[in-house]
Write a protein that binds this ligand. Structure first.
Ligand code: ATP
Ligand code: MG
Length: 446
């Protein structure tokens, strides 16, 4: 993309309404615009990152064998009356009447709809196990929407639902989700620590929240610092293997890591003193096994191998797709702006032309742009008639991981400058070498 032809409404001033850095930077970098409280338009740059995150979630869900679909945002109240949640959900649910006076609602989540789909079409254990998911807009009328996309009213969420014959099978689905979530967050350059969470009214031990450590996080967390040494990396895993998935769960959840809701002082005291940590975290996902709660209430049953009809065991598993943009920025920025991890960056590299209008510099930039494109990369070329300082400031604000700077002086010696946004280090090299280096970096990114 040539910046002169793009739509990138960068703000010069710090917006006064933004209390935290990710919100401020998303507004300044022209990624989002508030439409009304807790509801945002996704401007082109923000939309690009949102799509990248969504794609990673899709890829990792499907790698784990989960099946994508799409359910609507508007739902009929009747299903929620069946489960009993229409009255329980309270003020967070946006309730709407259609022209015939029928009660509708904007879905805050989808357990009821998916259970209805399941019971209409599945009747035998032979169709199990089954995990369906979608990525769809949700609405929760949060009392205090804040921090930009972190706590919106309208937000984009992946929610998946597993259906299994037995509790044992459903716990394998739970473990499988934990593994796939670890991979998902790592691909986004994030460390999200699974922490034992509160099962709420359903109770039980089977729920973990994934938390990204950040000062601005809304949750208070307590953990053994040894959990921060764990990484999933690029290990191969067979998602059908009960033992492999269980071993990963064991590895990532046996050390103390809890949110304030489940924090246990006595257990925490057993962690060696020098490894006890109290911090804040951003919840970017949650997994849940809830047994037969919905399947019993809504009659989602299958015939088992013994001919008996039994309610299915279910779980639900969410990832806050739009919240992740905020979480990534909270975890990765500096005074000058965002620092995108390579896995989610809106453009792979920026090209800065120090002397727009100079024949040689323009030609070199055009050639770089074309070579990167030819390799399937997506560069952003700042071809505006601006001073170098302004171009650098914009690139730093946008946070592309790599910048190629092109100027007449370097070109005389046959070189351009390649700069890492993260380290600030620059290296001079011929333009072709810069292209090769960038291609290599991204080739390693799934
Ligand atoms: P929270 O405790 O932050 O209100 P939750 O536990 O109610 O979230 P879930 O029902 O577990 O949320 O939803 C799954 C994921 O969706 C959460 O882990 C979070 O990342 C994201 N999410 C929930 N509410 C919002 C919101 N208002 N704005 C943006 N993302 C949200
Ligand atoms: Mg949650």
């Amino acid at each position: 993309m040539r910046l002169s032809r793009y739509f990138l409404p960068v703000l010069k001033e710090n917006p006064s309404e933004a209390q935290i850095v990710s919100h401020r930077l998303m507004l300044r970098a022209g990624m989002i615009k508030q439409a009304s409280a807790g509801i945002y338009s996704w401007l082109p740059l923000g939309f690009k990152v949102l799509r990248k995150i969504e794609n990673i979630v899709h890829e990792e869900q499907q790698r784990a064998g989960h099946i994508p679909m799409l359910m609507p945002t508007l739902q009929s109240a009747d299903l929620w009356r069946e489960s009993g949640r229409y009255d329980d959900y309270g003020e967070e649910m946006l309730r709407i009447k259609d022209r015939h006076g029928r009660d509708m609602l904007y879905g805050p989540t989808n357990e009821e709809l998916i259970t209805d789909i399941f019971r209409s079409h599945v009747g035998s254990y032979k169709d199990l196990p089954l995990t369906l998911y979608h990525i769809q807009w949700k609405f929760r009328d949060e009392i205090r929407p804040r921090f930009g996309v972190m706590r919106g009213r309208e937000f984009f969420m992946k929610d998946g639902y597993n259906f299994d014959l037995t509790k044992e099978d459903a716990l394998h689905a739970y473990n499988r989700h934990l593994v796939s979530y670890l991979r998902t967050y790592e691909r986004m350059g994030l460390q999200a620590i699974p922490m034992r969470a509160d099962g709420g009214p359903i109770g039980g031990d089977y729920t973990h929240e994934f938390l990204v450590l950040a000062e601005t996080g809304e949750s208070e967390v307590f953990y053994d610092s040894a959990v921060t040494d764990l990484t999933f990396g690029d290990r191969e895993i067979d998602y059908d293997s009960v033992d492999q998935c269980a071993a990963v769960l064991e590895e990532f959840t046996s050390k103390y890591a809890r949110t304030d809701e489940t924090h246990d002082e006595a257990l925490f005291a057993e962690v060696p003193k020098d490894r006890q940590r109290t911090a804040r975290g951003i919840e970017v996902g949650q997994i849940f096994y809830f047994g037969t709660k919905y399947s019993e209430a809504m009659g989602a049953k299958v015939q088992g191998p013994d001919g008996k009809t039994v309610p299915v065991h279910m779980g639900s598993h969410g990832i806050g797709v739009s919240r992740l943009l905020g979480a990534i920025i909270e975890a990765s920025h500096d005074d000058k702006g965002i620092i995108w991890p390579e896995g989610v960056t809106p453009f792979h590299a920026g090209i800065v032309n120090l002397k727009q209008g100079d024949e040689e510099a323009d030609a070199a930039c055009d050639a770089l742009y074309a070579s990167l494109k030819a390799l399937g990369l997506d560069p952003l070329y700042d071809d505006r008639n601006e001073r170098a300082g302004g171009k650098f400031a914009t690139m730093d604000l946008l946070g592309l991981p790599w910048r190629i700077t092109v100027g007449p002086r370097g070109l005389k010696n046959g070189v351009v400058e390649l700069t890492s946004r993260r380290t600030g280090e620059s290296e001079e090299m011929p333009p072709e070498a810069a292209v090769q280096k960038i291609a290599q970096i991204y080739a390693g990114i799934a």
